[in-house]
Design a binder for this molecule. Sequence first.
Ligand SMILES: Nc1ncnc2c1ncn2[C@@H]1O[C@H](COP(=O)(O)OP(=O)(O)OP(=O)(O)O)[C@@H](O)[C@H]1O
Ligand SMILES: [Mg+2]
Length: 509
Amino acid sequence: MAENILEMREIVKQFPGVLANDHVTFKVEKGEVHTLLGENGAGKSTLMNILYGLYSPTSGEVWLHGKKVDIHSPKVAIENGIGMVHQHFMLIPALSVIENVVLGMSENKQVLDLEGASKALVELAEKYNMKIDPHEMVENLTVGEQQRIEILKALYRGADLLILDEPTAVLTPQEVEELFKIINKLTGEGHTVIFISHKLNEVMNISNRVTVLRGGKSCETVMKEDTDKHQLAKLMVGREIDLDRVLEEPKLGDVVLEMKDVECMGDKGVLALKGFNLTLRKGEILGIAGVDGNGQDEMLDVMTGLRKVTKGSIKICGADATNAKPRDILERGVAHIPADRHKRGMIKDMSIKENLMLINYYKPPFAKGKILDWKAIEEVSERMVKDFNVKTPTIETAGGSLSGGNQQKMVLARELDRDPEFLIAAHPVRGLDIGATEYVHERLVEERAKGAGILLVSTELEEVMTLSDRIAVIYEGEIMGVVDAEEATVSELGLMMAGSKRHEAVKGE
Ligand SMILES: Nc1ncnc2c1ncn2[C@@H]1O[C@H](COP(=O)(O)OP(=O)(O)OP(=O)(O)O)[C@@H](O)[C@H]1O
Ligand SMILES: [Mg+2]
């Protein structure tokens, strides 16, 4: 057996009201990809934050290379060769790549040698087939690029044990492939990787071993060869999970969204949508498939009033909504699960109950005139938290202290509870565990049955194909074609996602 480079023994972490880690034991061997698997709130990020010196454990020991260590800060973790890429990236947008990389590094020199550092970073990147511009500002990078910089930053600082906390949650399938190549290269060179993901296909692809956490406890470690997706799901949730879904025939109603010849500019001053047409009716789920960055964000922006349309028109729930105000659009019975929950979905410092009321607080029964009825707010909040299984000690807890997946559940609870006529769901299950994913998918299908028109934006082809009635493929700001989901094939959609128009894609098969 290979050497255990890491042993976390009997780790306990008690937060106010939450026992996040309950005597967790976790052993990692040199050179392996070891996946930590578990439901939202199972304690994965907490355990890794302890290893990285961000939290101190209530009790328990950490052993590295056979020696007990006291990792009381990230600095000590880095000195011990531990690097971490967080679930929510921590780069500073207003600084350049190289500034982010050298920031906070302890150097004896008075003046930083940025040029020397840039050169070294580019060389390191090339070794892993990554192309980077060290002088680019981080705010101009895609999430995939930011993540590669986070990895490089850790390697640059000498990490040989790399923690990747849900690195694939925001990546496109192509980017995931690239990341896996990097991971394989790293472990081939003797680095060790701790990987966290809710996507079982990925886990079965990249891991050597998997440790399952359940309710803060370590429950089992299995070899990849000795397990499969079903067993992992069951270990994690404690019951069978069914991710396949058969939709009943849609009962189509009125048109809730009609976009005609829409044009808008992107942030970089080029056309982001052009000649964009889309129609959605009540009672159906229309999936938008496409590689991230092809106009999905701008499409969502214009239909929710957050970006100006320069040409064309948008009608929502029967009335003109071209360049309408966001609140006016929401008032028409539109609910929006935003792609970026931190920017648009929630306010981290506000309590859960306040976050749950963000949209409806000024209406009865929550407000009587200018007075808020906290009792009514609390009752409804308690119910939503229960319905959506948001793991939290109380509704007074700050939204930002929830685990990643539970933050997403909080946003979903608020939006779905509004009984929308038109529901915009952007990556609704991003970061959710499989049990929660199953629940959200059920809720979307329920909303459809109740007559809502649902626009589902997702980069996960599998999700789009199982949930949608029709699938529209977006490429460079245009719809390449709309296909009946029952007839759609992965290869046809894939071709359209790469820019073939519908008839060409079909012919090419
Ligand atoms: N800073 C904190 N203060 C209070 N409670 C916290 C804090 N960080 C985490 N928790 C709680 O500890 C529990 C475990 O959270 P953790 O983030 O480790 O879960 P996770 O397994 O990473 O989940 P996910 O898959 O959703 O990211 C959760 O119930 C969470 O609310
Ligand atoms: Mg987490």
